[in-house]
Ligand binder design. Structure first.
Ligand code: COA
Length: 370
């Protein structure tokens, strides 16, 4: 079987983002990811991805208000989701909840806002239900990141809350788009058939769920907890590799150096700590990263495996107060901005995506053919 996983195959021209795996650089619509994520909020990233430019003050305020209204609308529809939010896994709940959206939209709002809001509202409502609590109604006056934290039940003193929301904004922007990753490709395949955006996003959620894509941060946190202290890291990593298991948060299909978003997350965590919010796992994560990179380098010197975004995603989402069972759904809350931009781009200029396969099965027997 050809198992190259389409590595290196170009399937689209895009103006949305560029991943330079050799130099460790990510450009989102003309902006390096680090300044973009550290200086702008999620609404600005949505505007950039959806319209091609960072918004001016008026456009930003309009998008923020529209997204706030869309969260209120999504919240009002929670009762119509049946048992979607009873799923044990947040991504299963998200897939079922988003599938309830009407392909043409229901809200008197652009469908992009309705879909983006539904991800944050459904994910946080799932978390509350799981804890046996009522869902928390959105506050449309807040920014999307701040309201996501609020709806998840994270309430802290105002200054600390602002620092956490800012860190979450950095995460959401940094994770908003990333070339032709598996979930984005999935969304584009669905969009290429001229299906609808809701169907494309539901399919993308399914792709993002897997631990080889967006499902790694939860296991990264579990790994850090299992290791416990920097001194235990060499032994733990050696044991995992000897058992043939992968180190979560390490390695990437495209990057041959450290994922640039890992550094963005680190900067955001440092900023969070400067704002008075301690990140309980930063020191341990840095120690484990050093050990894992060295061990993987010894085993596979030609493959160059380094930390990917998910490694520090676990640390930052934990530091802002979110529980690991919500990590993949928060990734979806960020990446949905990119999915929607790719869906538009695919519909506007793309062709039906329909690759070929090589048949290696049996041929009909001659007797059958006769
Ligand atoms: N730990 C240990 N070994 C790893 C590894 C990791 N995290 N990532 C890759 N490898 C090894 C593989 O075992 C493979 O070795 P082999 O050829 O002896 O089988 C080799 O490196 C190449 O890996 P491959 O799976 O072909 O790379 P890929 O491009 O298909 O996969 C990932 C990329 C991200 C799926 C992979 O690195 C991985 O599974 N990482 C852990 C999960 C993770 O962090 N996911 C989040 C991604 S953002």
């Amino acid at each position: 079987m050809d198992a190259n996983g389409l590595e290196g195959i170009v399937v689209a021209d895009t103006t949305l983002s560029d991943v330079d795996g050799e130099r460790g650089r990510l450009v989102i619509r003309g902006h390096d990811v680090e300044p973009l994520a550290l200086q702008h909020d999620f609404e600005a990233a949505c505007a950039l991805l959806w319209s091609g430019a960072l918004p001016d003050h008026g456009a930003h305020a309009a998008l923020r208000a529209g997204l706030g209204r869309a969260r209120v609308h999504a919240f009002a529809r929670l009762g119509a989701l049946g048992d979607a939010l009873d799923a044990r896994d947040a991504m299963d709940a998200l897939r079922a909840a988003l599938a309830h959206l009407h392909a043409d939209g229901l809200a008197p709002l652009p469908l992009k806002l309705e879909i983006t809001a539904a991800v944050a509202v459904s994910a946080t409502a799932w978390l509350r239900r799981r804890a046996g609590c009522e869902a928390i109604a959105p506050d449309p006056a807040l920014g999307h990141a701040a309201d996501l934290l609020r709806m998840a039940g994270m309430a802290f003193a105002a200054r600390e809350q602002a620092a956490r929301a800012r860190a979450l904004d950095t995460y959401l922007v940094a994770a908003s788009d990333h070339g032709m990753n598996a979930s984005t490709f999935t969304a584009r395949v669905v969009a290429s058939t001229h299906s609808d955006a809701v169907s494309a996003v539901v399919a993308a959620i399914g792709a993002l769920k897997g631990p080889l894509h967006g499902g790694a941060p939860g296991p990264v946190l579990a790994m850090l907890d299992a290791i416990g202290s920097p001194e235990q890291a060499p032994q733990w990593v050696a044991r995992e590799l000897a058992a043939g298991r992968r180190i979560m948060g390490m390695g990437h299909r495209v990057y041959r150096v450290r994922d640039p978003r890992a550094a963005v997350m680190e900067r955001a965590i440092e900023r969070l700590e400067a704002g008075g919010v301690r990140s309980p796992r930063l020191a341990l994560a840095r120690a484990v990263e050093a050990v894992a990179v060295a061990s993987l380098g010894e085993r596979r010197p030609e493959r160059r495996l380094a930390a990917n975004v998910e490694f520090y995603t676990a640390v930052i989402l934990d530091a802002v107060g979110l529980p690991p069972e919500l990590f993949s759904a928060v990734f979806a809350a960020a990446r949905v901005a990119g999915w929607l931009a790719h869906i538009d781009e695919q519909v506007a200029g793309g062709r039906l995506i329909r690759p070929a396969s090589r048949y290696v099965g049996p041929q009909p027997s001659l007797a059958e053919a006769a």
